[in-house]
Design a binder for this molecule. Structure first.
Ligand SMILES: NC(=O)c1ccc[n+]([C@@H]2O[C@H](COP(=O)([O-])OP(=O)(O)OC[C@H]3O[C@@H](n4cnc5c(N)ncnc54)[C@H](O)[C@@H]3O)[C@@H](O)[C@H]2O)c1
Length: 265
């Protein structure tokens, strides 16, 4: 299936993690024909590796450092992409994550943590959209894919505050889709189920690394919660993201697409 990416310029945030959704998505957009894929992350050395992998495929790329919670840094990063490639057709908002360990009773909740978590997932995504949308409006077209989370509907996962920040992103997706539809901009959200990226690291902070056997046990535990019997791969999420970024979904906007093995229906 031709995804219609020929000649397009994409920007992928959170593309530094070498086992994460962002890198996988950036590489897929390049393989499927984008002319240029700009990548950004808070960790420069990592995102430079991703840009090098994209260039190896024969696609133009640029690696840029930006903390999505810092609007000024984000503004500079987006300007650099436009200066380099002249336009932005596709924005994939992958940067984000979980900043707290588990479900805590309300009387022990930390307001500062709520603020930090919202700032990363909701405000961070808003900062990037705010910087990119004027360019898409000027082009009279553009596609945004946000990465939400299946945890918004998986109450047994024990990640309450994180799930709330991602639910807010679902609503932000719909609000932005409605606001910009007349400008020719589509906005959708991919909501992944659990996948073995660096994402879960916060749960292990201060503990020794898992042995391969423990890692396998963990995956099997999550797989049992998935009707399709396995956890997600980064490829599952990249495929769904590329599909929603493509011309094949040109009549789809304001949707939250769960890619979570049937655990959210
Ligand atoms: N892996 C999962 O199980 C899972 C499930 C549902 C949703 N998600 C979501 O998928 C997205 C990608 O996560 P992943 O699983 O690839 O994890 P990951 O940790 O492997 O990658 C996340 C990337 O985001 C970057 N990042 C973090 N904070 C940033 C900031 N302030 N500014 C810029 N970059 C920043 C990190 O450096 C990292 O490269 C996240 O939004 C996460 O919440 C992950």
């Amino acid at each position: 299936m031709d995804l219609g990416f020929t000649g397009k310029v994409a920007l992928v945030t959170g593309a530094g993690s070498q086992i994460g959704f962002g890198k996988e998505t950036a590489l897929l957009l390049a393989k499927e024909g984008c002319e240029a894929v700009a990548v950004t992350d808070i960790v420069m050395e990592d995102v430079e590796m991703t840009a090098a992998a994209i260039k190896k495929l024969g696609t133009k790329s640029i690696a840029l450092k930006a903390d999505i919670t810092n609007a000024a840094e984000v503004g500079g990063m987006v300007k650099s992409v436009i200066d380099e490639f002249g336009r932005i057709d596709i924005l994939c908002n992958v940067a984000g994550g979980i900043l707290h360990k588990d479900n805590t009773p309300i009387d022990q909740q930390d307001g500062a943590m709520w603020e930090k978590q919202m700032k990363l997932n909701l405000f961070g995504t808003m900062n990037v959209c705010k910087a990119v949308v004027p360019q898409m409006r000027a082009q009279k077209c553009g596609v945004i894919v946000n990465i939400g989370s299946g945890s918004t509907h998986q109450y047994q996962m024990g990640v309450g505050m994180y799930a709330m920040s991602k639910y807010a992103m679902d609503l932000f997706t719909k609000q932005l889709a409605m606001g910009e539809a007349g400008a020719g901009i589509r906005v959708n959200c991919v909501a992944p189920g659990p996948a073995p990226t660096k994402f879960g690291a916060v749960f292990r902070e201060g503990l020794p690394p898992l042995t391969p056997e423990e890692e396998q046990e963990n995956r099997e535990k999550f797989a049992k919660l998935m009707p399709l019997g396995r956890i997600a791969t980064a490829g599952d999420i990249a495929n769904a993201t590329a599909f929603l970024a493509s011309d094949r979904t040109s009549f789809v906007t304001g949707q939250v697409f769960h890619v979570s093995g049937g655990s959210v229906m």
